[in-house]
Ligand binder design. Structure first.
Ligand code: B12
Length: 433
């Protein structure tokens, strides 16, 4: 019946939704827009009309006037995504889902959606939409896992963001895939085990089209393959832009590369140190000899703000890990240290291990958010892990600690201070148990 109505209408309408898990207040205007949905829009054939609802800024419509709803979800968004999906389906509007959580839990997602996309939308969405219009929608659309080292995707459709306010809409993805295959990560399994890069010329043309100077890369590891990253960096060095990205610290083993990174306008990098016991980071898989402290010093010395992610709760962590980690932060002085509680996301080897060992406390996905303990740690109680994490956050973000970090990081002191104060923000509002 729906298909008949659709056939009568010339322009089919797709509503894309980014679910919000909590109210953000004024901070909502300092977020980055979902690139996932801009990319989904980019591979939606031009005869579709596409609308984006970002729940942190917009309310969810009732579905009238839309033919199909597409919802994205990371694990912590899944419960909210399902509520929204159920509502639309009750109102007679079919729903498709994609993103990391539906990709790793397709059967679960299918209890709330008419179809699920597993993996990347680019190779498969055109077929899905064709099937939908033809009344032949299948339940599962599985994108092949890419095998080559080229990433051939269209640029995101930024115009769907119009009318919304973000920190910047100038976000770019240069590469996908990762060879490291860490136990707590799903990326390798679904996005391939090599770094796939877009053509440097295409990335640089995209950046040149931006009206403003700040660019944020949404890559897992922009500098993962230096040979592919170099032409992008060289091109950016000509443009006088400022940029930030996530990467692995190992790039700083190459001093020339570090110089080029700084010269190309890099103002900040987010790196995963993961554990100070050294057993879990990409760095421990590196062939390089430089210890992390030295690499961090080099990056700071180049005037780049270094945000480091440190995780608590691995199986070799007892209660001494908090003290050890704080000492590491004092000695290595990352510009902005972030502390996370280990979270075994579905689809990872870690999740499988804890499931088999009966160590998952629950599967309430909304609490799989790095700020709650959802599993039984090996050498601590869940309460000890939570309290230790909270105390470490508070200790590292006292005003004297912040000032000492800012003082010890040359260059960009104002940005660094502002970023530290932003990170300190939520500490006082977290429950103490
Ligand atoms: C950039 C990034 C961020 C940015 C997000 C910026 C933004 N607003 O988009 C920042 C730094 C803010 C961030 C934060 C977090 N992130 Co993050 N992030 C990433 C990263 C590196 C890339 C995501 C991205 O934009 N990719 C580009 C888009 C185009 O790709 P995509 O999302 O995969 O979408 C494609 C397909 O999945 C599919 N698809 C996606 N949605 C849909 C919907 C439909 C309808 C269809 C058909 C298809 C489809 O099509 C797209 C095109 O191919 C990924 C790692 C990764 N490689 O996926 C982690 C990742 C998504 N993040 C993760 C996590 C855990 C978080 C945090 C919860 C961490 C924390 N400590 O708080 C927060 C959550 C913040 C929030 N918004 O609520 C995990 C999620 C794991 C999981 N199972 O949920 C990932 C996978 C990292 C990891 N290694 O595990 N993140």
């Amino acid at each position: 019946m729906r298909t008949d109505a659709l056939n009568r209408r010339i322009v089919p309408r797709l509503l894309l939704i980014y679910p919000a898990t909590h109210k953000l207040g004024w901070v909502k205007y300092f977020q980055l827009p979902s690139l996932s949905l801009q990319q989904v829009a980019a591979v939606t054939p031009a005869h579709w009309q596409v609308t984006l609802v970002d729940e942190s800024q917009d309310s969810i419509p009732d579905g009238r006037g839309y033919d199909l709803v597409g919802i994205t979800a990371m694990t912590h968004q899944a419960m909210r995504a399902y509520e929204i999906a159920d509502q639309f389906r009750r109102n007679g509007v079919p729903v498709i889902m994609g993103g990391m959580h539906p990709t790793v839990m397709p059967e679960e997602a299918l209890t709330h959606a008419d179809a699920v996309v597993i993996g990347e939308a680019e190779p498969i969405l055109g077929q899905l939409l064709k099937d939908f219009l033809g009344g032949r929608l299948q339940k599962i659309y599985r994108a092949p896992i890419a095998q080559d080292d080229r990433l051939d995707i269209p640029r995101p459709r930024r115009e769907i963001l119009s009318g919304k306010r973000y920190l910047t809409t100038q976000t770019v993805q240069a590469s996908r895939g990762c060879p490291y295959d860490c136990d707590f990560c799903t990326v390798t399994h679904y996005f391939g085990n090599r770094f796939r890069y877009r053509e440097a010329a295409d990335i640089l043309a995209e950046i040149r089209s931006f009206p403003r100077k700040l660019v944020i890369f949404l890559d897992d590891n922009l500098l993962g393959d230096p040979a592919k990253a170099r032409p992008i960096l060289e091109g950016m060095a000509e443009m006088g832009i400022r940029w930030g990205s996530q990467t692995s610290l190992r790039f700083a083993e190459d001093r020339e590369l570090l110089k080029l990174v700084a010269r190309s306008g890099c103002i900040g990098l987010f790196v995963g140190i993961e554990s100070v016991t050294g057993n879990y980071s990409q760095l421990s898989k590196s062939s390089g000899k430089s210890p992390q402290a030295e690499l961090m010093k080099r990056v700071r010395g180049a005037g780049i703000i270094l945000e480091t992610s440190l995780i608590f709760g691995f199986d070799d962590h007892d209660q001494s890990i908090f003290e050890k980690t704080l000492r590491f932060v004092e000695e290595c002085v990352p510009s902005v240290p972030t502390f996370n509680i280990l979270t075994p996301y579905p689809g990872t080897k870690l999740f499988q291990q804890y499931l088999q060992e009966g160590r998952l406390l629950h599967q309430d996905w909304s609490r799989y958010n790095h700020s709650e303990v959802v599993f039984k740690p090996l050498l601590m109680t869940p309460e000890q892990l939570y309290r230790g994490w909270l105390e470490a956050r508070k200790t590292a973000y006292t005003i004297p600690s912040i000032l000492s970090r800012v003082w010890n990081n040359p260059g960009r002191r104002f940005t660094n201070l502002a970023y530290n104060l932003l990170r300190k923000g939520p500490n006082d509002r977290l429950p103490s148990l």
